[in-house]
Design a protein around this ligand. Structure first.
Ligand code: XIL
Length: 406
C-alpha cells in the first residue's frame, strides 16, 4: 500500500513536471477516453489523507481477461516451464484467455529429426512430427477456456537446417524446389490436422508465416533472403505457398495471420508482399509482434500502423507485446506502465469505434526474469512469485496512471 501511495505521488510529480517543462506537445496530448469516463467505479479510489487507512485499488480484485472480455482476448506466451507449474498456471487462467507456446510449437520443436532421418527415403516429402511437447498446454487451454494462437508454421528461424537437405542429413545438399514445396505442404497439413482433430476449435489464429519481410537485407521486394532456407529452396513464393496450404488444410475455425516485428517501419512493404495472398483469399490478418521500448511512441508505431493494416483489409492482432526499459526503477516502471496503458487504450478504442478489427492482445511472456528480454524487464509481472508491476495496472488502464506521450 505504501508502494501504491508512493506511486500516486510519483505519477503526480511526473505529470506535473513534464507538463511544466513543455515536453508534452499539445497535438499529442492524451485523449480522455470514453472508457475512463464510462467506468466510474475505477475512479472511486479514495484520496489519501495523512491519517487515513491504506488506499485500496479497486482494480486489484479484477483481472485482465475480464477487463477486456467484451473487446478482445488477452493472451500470454508460455514456455513449458510455466505450463508445468501449477501455481503459476492458476494466475494464467485467472488473468488470460489466450495463450501462445513460446517455443514448443515451432518447427524445431515439432519436427522429429531421428524418425524423419531414419525413415528416409519414405519420408522424402513426408517429415515425421512429434506433438508430445504441446499436449499438456493444449489440454490446459481446452480445460480452462483459453484460446490458442498457433505460432508458427513457416519461419526462417527455429527451423532446423537438416529439414531442407535432400536426405535430412545436416551436411547434405539442399533439396529441390519441388521437394521443399511438398515438405512445406506436408508439415502444414500435419500440424493443422493434428490440432484440429485432437482439439477442435481451440486454435483461433495461425501465424502461417513469421518475419518474412526484411527491407534492409531482403530481395528487391523486401522479402527476407539471407539465412532464409525457405527462400533459398523455394524462392520468394514460399510465402504464397505457405498461405495456400494453410487455407487448404484449415477447417475454417482459425484465422490465418502474417506475423512480424518492426511493422511501423515496413508496413507498406508488408502490405505489398501480402497483396497477392490477400487477393487469393488466403490471409485474414497481420500480427504485430510489438517488441517495444519505453522510448517508442505507441500512437505512431502501433496504433497508426494497425489502423493502416485495417484500412488495407486486414484484421490485426498484437501478438508478442513486451516493453523494455534499460534499468528498472520507480520512474521507468511508471513510464513503462504508461506505455502499456496507451497500447491497451488505443487498441480498445479502435476496436470499440470500429476502426480496427482486433480480437487479441498477447504479451510475450508471464514475468520478467524468464523473458527473452529479461535484462529489459519488459513484462507485467516481475519474478516467479508473480508480483504485479505497475505495467499490469497500466494494462488495466488504471485511471491513476495519467498516460500520455511526448
Ligand atoms: C523467442 C523466444 O521468446 C525465445 O525463448 C527463443 O529463444 C527465441 O524466440 N519473434 C517471434 C518469437 O516470433 O517466436 C520469438 O520468440 C521472439 C521474436
Amino acid at each position: 500500500m505504501k508502494r501504491f501511495t508512493a506511486f500516486l505521488l510519483l505519477v503526480s510529480l511526473l505529470v506535473f513536471s513534464l507538463a511544466g517543462c513543455g515536453e508534452k506537445k499539445p497535438s499529442e496530448a492524451p485523449t480522455v477516453t470514453p472508457s475512463e469516463e464510462a467506468t466510474p467505479e475505477l475512479t472511486a479510489t479514495p484520496t489519501p489523507t495523512p491519517t487515513e487507512a491504506p488506499v485500496v485499488n479497486p482494480l486489484d480484485s479484477m483481472t485482465l481477461k475480464d477487463r477486456y472480455k467484451d473487446v478482445f482476448k488477452v493472451g500470454v506466451a508460455l514456455p513449458n516451464s510455466v505450463i508445468s507449474n501449477a501455481s503459476q498456471m492458476e494466475v494464467v487462467k485467472e488473468q488470460f484467455n489466450s495463450m501462445t507456446f513460446e517455443n514448443e510449437m515451432k518447427p524445431e520443436a515439432l519436427l522429429d529429426r531421428e524418425a524423419t532421418q531414419k525413415g528416409y527415403p519414405d519420408t522424402k516429402t513426408e517429415p515425421i512430427l512429434k506433438f508430445g511437447g504441446i499436449e499438456r498446454g493444449l489440454r490446459f487451454a481446452e480445460e480452462n477456456g483459453l484460446g490458442v494462437r498457433g505460432h508458427t508454421l513457416c519461419w526462417y528461424s527455429q527451423t532446423p537446417a537438416w529439414f531442407f537437405t535432400v536426405d535430412y542429413q545436416p551436411n547434405s545438399a539442399l533439396c529441390s524446389k519441388e521437394v521443399m514445396i511438398a515438405r512445406l505442404e506436408s508439415y502444414i497439413k500435419q500440424v493443422m490436422t493434428y490440432c484440429q482433430t485432437n482439439h477442435p476449435g481451440l486454435i483461433y489464429a495461425w501465424d502461417v508465416v513469421n518475419e518474412a519481410v526484411d527491407p534492409g537485407t531482403g530481395d528487391a521486394n523486401g522479402i527476407r533472403k539471407g539465412k532464409n532456407l525457405w527462400y533459398e529452396t523455394i524462392g520468394p513464393e514460399f510465402i504464397q505457398y505457405a498461405f495456400r496450404f494453410a487455407r487448404k488444410y484449415s477447417d475454417g475455425t482459425a484465422d490465418l495471420y502474417y506475423n512480424d516485428y518492426g511493422c511501423a517501419n515496413k508496413r507498406t512493404i508488408i502490405v505489398k508482399v501480402l497483396a497477392p495472398i490477400l487477393a487469393e483469399g488466403n490471409i485474414d490478418g497481420i500480427g504485430m509482434q510489438s517488441h517495444l521500448s519505453t522510448g517508442d511512441n505507441i500512437q505512431n508505431t502501433i496504433y497508426k500502423t494497425a489502423k493502416y493494416f485495417a484500412s488495407e483489409g486486414y484484421k490485426v492482432q498484437i501478438t508478442e507485446l513486451d516493453i523494455g526499459v534499460k534499468t528498472l526503477n520507480e520512474d521507468t516502471e511508471l513510464i513503462q506502465a504508461m506505455k502499456y496503458k496507451l497500447l491497451f487504450q488505443f487498441m480498445e478504442q479502435a476496436k470499440l469505434n470500429g476502426e480496427i478489427d482486433i480480437d487479441s492482445v498477447t504479451v510475450w511472456g508471464l514475468y520478467d526474469t524468464i523473458s527473452w528480454r529479461s535484462k529489459e524487464h519488459p513484462l507485467m509481472y516481475q519474478t516467479f512469485k508473480l508480483n504485479r508491476k505497475m505495467a499490469w495496472y497500466g494494462a488495466m488502464q488504471d485511471p491513476e496512471i495519467k498516460a500520455f506521450e511526448w
